[in-house]
Ligand binder design. Structure first.
Ligand SMILES: Nc1ncnc2c1ncn2[C@@H]1O[C@H](COP(=O)(O)OP(=O)(O)O)[C@@H](O)[C@H]1O
Ligand SMILES: [Mg+2]
Length: 247
């Protein structure tokens, strides 16, 4: 279970980026967060994995307060949470397999990380993850040579390798063409169901949110304006979230 309790957060500006945001996400659900650019979507995701500490309120993962954890305890909680980014965040000069193995860094001895000598079992797991995302034949390719869709598949394989329960996806297909975007979201959804993952996906594509998420949260100027089952979202609701001034 992931829970945000009454979060209000601001950076250096006068205006809070998030205001009185509370939500609970049940394990195994696919949630989309929609809203205009600047609405606070990325900040919300960063709060969910402890990259940003809330000024007011608290974040809970599996009954532990993430916002109060430090050091080793924080790292242990963060291992349960993988992040997928719009720009993939892979090491471009490394092979696809090495990037996937990076998902296992937290459980790998330091000497193995520096020498690149991962245990055979981890290499087997990384290859299985690549197989799952349809990239078995690209294991030895240099990552920079991949297409955008293949890069995002690699990032998904790295999340599988991490054995995370929660996947935070920050506009994961915003850089991809529509056909590739659908393929990636279908893959994410299939894995989410199969492995009972919790997925929280930021998106400004309302059609994708409706198609792939079970629940949609609308953020406008840092406030949740609607939080409901995806089937209860209509054009008017989306227009309300996207209307008015910038966030
Ligand atoms: N590190 C930061 N420092 C200062 N302001 C920030 C920082 N990150 C985000 N903001 C501001 O917070 C607001 C919300 O940003 P963000 O969470 O990235 O929204 P979204 O992902 O919906 O576009 C924006 O006004 C942005 O400029
Ligand atoms: Mg963003």
């Amino acid at each position: 279970m992931l829970e945000l309790k009454n979060i209000t957060h601001q950076f250096h500006t006068d205006k809070p980026v998030l205001q009185q945001v509370s939500l609970q996400v049940k394990p195994g659900t696919f949630v989309a967060v929609v809203g205009r650019s600047g609405a606070g979507k990325t900040t919300l995701l960063k709060l969910c994995n402890g990259m940003v500490k809330p000024q007011q309120g608290s974040v809970w993962v599996d009954g532990q307060c993430l916002s109060q954890c430090r050091g080793e305890a924080l790292r242990r909680l963060q291992q349960k949470i993988a992040v997928i980014y719009q720009d993939f965040c892979l090491v471009p000069e490394s092979t696809v397999l090495q990037n996937v193995l990076n998902g296992a860094l937290y459980r790998t001895a330091f000497w193995r990380v520096v020498t690149g000598m991962f245990p055979a079992e981890e290499i087997r797991r990384a290859k299985a993850a690549l197989e799952k995302v349809g990239l078995a034949d690209k294991a030895d390719a240099v990552t920079s040579a991949l297409s955008g869709g293949e890069k995002q598949r690699t990032a998904i394989a790295r999340a599988l390798m991490q054995q995370a329960q929660i996947v935070l996806a920050d506009e994961p297909v915003a850089s991809l063409d529509p056909v590739t975007a659908d393929q990636i979201l279908s893959l994410l959804k299939q894995l989410q169901r199969e492995k009972k993952l919790t997925v929280i996906m930021n998106s400004h594509n309302t059609q994708q949110a409706k198609q792939y998420a079970e629940r949609i949260i609308g953020l406008k100027q840092g406030r949740i304006v609607k939080d409901a089952d995806a089937s209860l979202w209509g054009d008017r609701d989306f227009a309300e979230v996207y209307g008015g001034r910038d966030g």
